[in-house]
Design a protein around this ligand. Structure first.
Ligand code: 9YT
Length: 130
């Protein structure tokens, strides 16, 4: 069994910080679950274009508000607590946060640990592990 506390993980190298978001990766590939599980905060007033060519991702909004643009269709979806979205088709998308947007995220295949977006908005398949 694996038991971890977010406040402990935030003080370790499981926390990755970028210009528009930070993410604490509570479960990673090395944990052997077959997926990774993260608590991510998107910073207010920011816009993050993403395109996970190598991963499927499910996101659940815990708190905050923002919007998700589906760049495949042009649709805009409000994001608020209780909203889930699943990128089942490696969809190109952009996330905009009005406030701190706190999200629970699951990735399949699991992240190794230190992934940050490359220019296309993807994560490489094999990044450095923590
Ligand atoms: C929602 C999203 O994909 N945000 C970027 C960070 C990502 N969730 C991560 O690496 O934890």
């Amino acid at each position: 069994m694996i038991v971890r506390k977010l406040h402990d993980a935030e003080r370790s190298n499981r926390r990755v910080v970028t210009k528009t978001w930070e993410s604490t990766r509570l479960l990673l590939k090395g944990d052997g679950m077959g997926y990774s599980f993260h608590i991510t905060t998107i910073y207010p007033g920011t816009e993050t274009p993403m395109w996970y060519q190598h991963h499927l991702e499910t996101v659940y909004c815990i708190s905050g508000s923002g919007e998700l643009e589906d760049r495949e269709t042009g649709e805009i979806h409000p994001i608020e607590p209780g909203t889930m979205y699943a990128l089942d088709r490696h969809d190109r998308h952009t996330l905009r946060a009005c406030t701190d947007l706190v999200l629970a995220c699951v990735f399949n295949p699991p992240l190794n640990g230190l992934e940050v977006h490359v220019e296309t908005g993807a994560y490489p398949l094999e990044a450095e592990a923590v």
